[in-house]
Each structure stands twice: as C-alpha cells, then as structure tokens.
Design a protein around this ligand. Structure first.
Ligand code: JHZ
Length: 397
C-alpha cells in the first residue's frame, strides 16, 4: 500500500524550458500534482502522479551530462576501473545521454540506449551504435537479436529511477545480460536525500528515489542481488549498486552492502514515520528559504540563479519564488539558454565569466556542484559576493 507523505504542489515539467512565444501564447506548459508516497510493502519511495515518458523525454530534451567537470571525471574514473577490473567484451548503457561515460569505451564494444532523438544524435555522430527507444522488453529483444552474445556489463546512471515499470526494467535487463554479467546502476541515495532535506530530488522525472533496501526488494524476484555498493558525492549523494545474478558465485557480497543496509535500517528508511518527519523538515526549509529571499529583497539587492536545474525548478515552484525575486539564471547548457525556467518564468542567460559581476547574491540551483562552482567563482566570493542555498538547510554562504 502506498501512503502519501509529501505534497509539493502543482509543478511544471522540470525540464520544460520555455521559449518567449510559449509565454505569450500561454501554451505548452503542462502542470501535474507533485505528491510523494511510501510503499509499505516494497519500501519504494515514488511520486504518485506520473507523467507519460514520451512527454518528458521528447526530441527537445535539454539536459546534457557533460556540462559538469565533476560528472565527466566521475565517469572517467569509473570507466578506468571497469576496464581494469571487469574487462568487459561488451557494454550496454541505458540512458547514455550525450555519451559522457560511453566515450571512454571502444565503439566496437559499446551499445547506447537513449530515447531522446536530439541527444541520441550525439553518440550516433561519435560512431556509437545507439538505439533511440525507451528501455523495455521490445528493445531488449531487438538488442539480443542484433548481438551474437549476451552483454557482459550493463550500466545505467540516473535513468532507471526515471522508468515507472521497474518489473519491465529488470526483466528486460535479465533478457540481455550474460550469466556472469554484471549490472551497475547509479542514482541519488534516499538516505542522503533525507539527511540533506533535498526534497528537490522528487519531481516528474524522478519517479523513484531508491535506497539499498528498496532496490534489493525490486530485484530479488529476478534472482538478482547487490554484491557491492559505492557511496558517491555526485548529485548530492548517490549510490552505485553492483548487481549480479544470485547464481553467479564469482563475486562475494562485500561488507559495504551490509554496512549500507544497517545504516538505512538505523535511519528507519523502512518506516512511514521517518517520511512524516521528513515532511516537517521540508515545510521548515520552505519557510526559512522564503525568509532569506524576502530579507534580501527588502534591502533591494540583486539575486540571480546559478544552474537552471530540474531541482531548482522544483524548489522555486514549491516556494513560490519567481522572476520578481530572481532576476535571471545562468547556465552553460546550449538548449536551456535564452529560454525561461518552467513555471516561474525566470529568464536563463548563457554563462560567461563576467556574468556574476552585477549580482549581490547567487542562488545555487546546481547545489550538487557547489565545490566545482565555488572553485570557478573565486573572484565573486573574494569581492564579497554571497551564495544562497537550501541544502542542507536554507542559508547564505
Ligand atoms: P544537474 C537532471 O537534473 C535531470 P538537474 C535528470 N532527471 C537527472 O536525474 C539528473 O540531471 C542527473 C549547469 N551548470 O546535473 C548545467 C552550469 O551552468 O544538477 C546544468 O544545467 N555551470 C536527468 O537538472 C545544471 O547546472 C556549472 O559550472 O537537477 C546542472 O544540472 C555547472 C557545474 C553546472 O541536474
């Protein structure tokens, strides 16, 4: 049974950046009710009203994983380790985006899956075999038919949590994965999300926010198990799950798996009451963030946003903060700039080094890249510029 614990209000699609003509015509902006619930049987945390995949991941999808050095470095490091340790003869990436990970592998060994045609074009152009379909059994059959052997290594980061039918996800993976193959998935960690009060991890694309407990429940009926786990700093704290078939005795279950289980149980991620407490923290966070913005605006200071993220869209729409408070956002993504933030209609300017000169305060939309951004914006900080963040609690830094 799914019990609701959080209501983040009516929200626009978090990656639906608007053109000027969309604002004038008041067209093209779809809203949905963002509610989040806990399934007491599966221990899965999910949004309650899903938006059809085709509406979210269309052929104008703007997100590019290569926009952050942190992510490129993380993918490079992982690729090196995988090649050295697992020596895969074949690798399949589900949700390959602009190829930030797959570029580290040989074109002969790799297969990409990316449903957004505009994004898939990038890996195709680079010479990688790319399927522009959603991940399901039909595609798994198509891939199996086009390959002589089953796949050694399947990798998916920030994608499986975006697919509502998890049974189809894992069944399709089992269909193409070799008996001794491994599956590695990477997604934001529910534990870190709760610790950081990062309620902005819940939005239309994040249908689930996984924990080890819930992943384990979801995969066991497919005779799969997690044999290792890595805690990552990326995306505000993620977990990288190493999964194998239970029948594959080549790898032992690492102590790290037990440790993570115990940590999650200690935090009571298997109990509804934990999430009710979380809701109270979210309400407090909203109140305090609004107060920070109000106090700054009373002093007639200029606030801009940094990183037009899906998360920022969720926070601002939930807290009713719009273009009256934030003058504009800065972003490096070509498909986001010169457009308007969903719902709040804050303009997005292309980033350039001088962009921060006119701002007194900068709202950290990409708070998950705080270190990378602070390093880049030393000059702004040195001259007394301040950042506003809501993670782990609303504050001015
Ligand atoms: P970032 C997206 O979420 C959507 P978002 C998706 N659902 C998901 O799960 C995650 O990604 C993985 C910009 N930026 O990664 C680039 C700068 O401008 O936090 C991006 O637009 N300058 C698939 O949108 C944004 O910030 C910089 O120096 O919440 C970061 O978006 C840096 C570092 C980033 O994901």
């Amino acid at each position: 049974m799914i019990r609701k614990f959080l209501d983040l209000g009516m929200q626009p699609l978090a990656n639906n950046y608007l053109k000027k003509k969309d604002l004038i015509n008041k067209k093209g902006e779809l809203f949905y009710h963002l509610e989040v619930g806990f399934n007491s049987k599966t221990k899965l945390i999910s949004i309650l009203n899903t938006v059809p995949s085709k509406k979210m991941f269309d052929d104008n999808y703007p997100y590019r994983s290569s926009m952050s050095k942190t992510m490129l470095l993380s993918f490079k490091k992982l690729s090196k380790y995988l090649k050295l340790f697992y020596k895969p003869n074949s690798i399949l990436e589900i949700g390959s985006n602009d190829g930030s990970l797959i570029r580290n592998f040989s074109k002969k060994k790799a297969i990409c899956v990316e449903p957004c045609k505009n994004v898939a074009k990038i890996t195709k152009r680079l010479g990688y075999k790319t399927f522009t379909d959603f991940w399901d059994m039909n595609l798994a059959r198509k891939i199996k038919a086009s390959n002589k052997k089953k796949i050694d290594l399947i990798y998916s980061s920030n994608t499986l949590s975006h697919i509502s039918n998890l049974d189809s996800v894992f069944k399709s993976i089992c269909h193409v994965m070799a008996d001794k193959g491994i599956l590695i998935i990477e997604d934001p960690s529910l534990l870190e999300c709760l610790k950081n009060v990062s309620y902005d991890q819940f939005y239309n694309e994040h249908i689930y926010v996984f924990s080890l407990i819930s992943i384990n429940e979801a995969i066991k009926k497919y005779k799969l198990e997690v044999f290792d786990i890595e805690k990552l700093k990326t995306h505000g704290g993620s977990l990288r799950y190493y999964i194998k078939r239970i029948s594959n005795k080549k790898f032992k279950i690492s102590n790290r798996v037990k440790k993570q289980f115990n940590e999650e149980l200690k935090f009571k991620l298997n109990k509804y009451s934990t999430f009710v407490n979380f809701r109270k923290k979210v309400e407090k966070s909203k109140k305090n963030l609004k107060k920070i913005f109000d106090d700054i605006k009373k002093k007639n200071k200029i606030i801009i946003g940094y990183g037009a993220t899906a998360k920022a869209s969720t926070v601002l729409n939930f807290c009713n903060i719009n273009s009256e408070t934030i003058d504009y956002f800065l972003d490096t993504t070509p498909d986001k700039v010169k457009k308007f933030m969903p719902g709040t209609h804050i303009f997005i300017k292309p980033y350039n080094k001088k962009s921060l000169d006119s701002a007194d305060y900068v709202f950290l939309g990409a708070w998950n890249f705080k270190q990378e951004i602070f390093k880049k914006e030393k000059k702004f900080l040195k001259k007394g510029g301040k950042f506003i963040t809501h993670i782990p609690k609303p504050q001015v830094i």
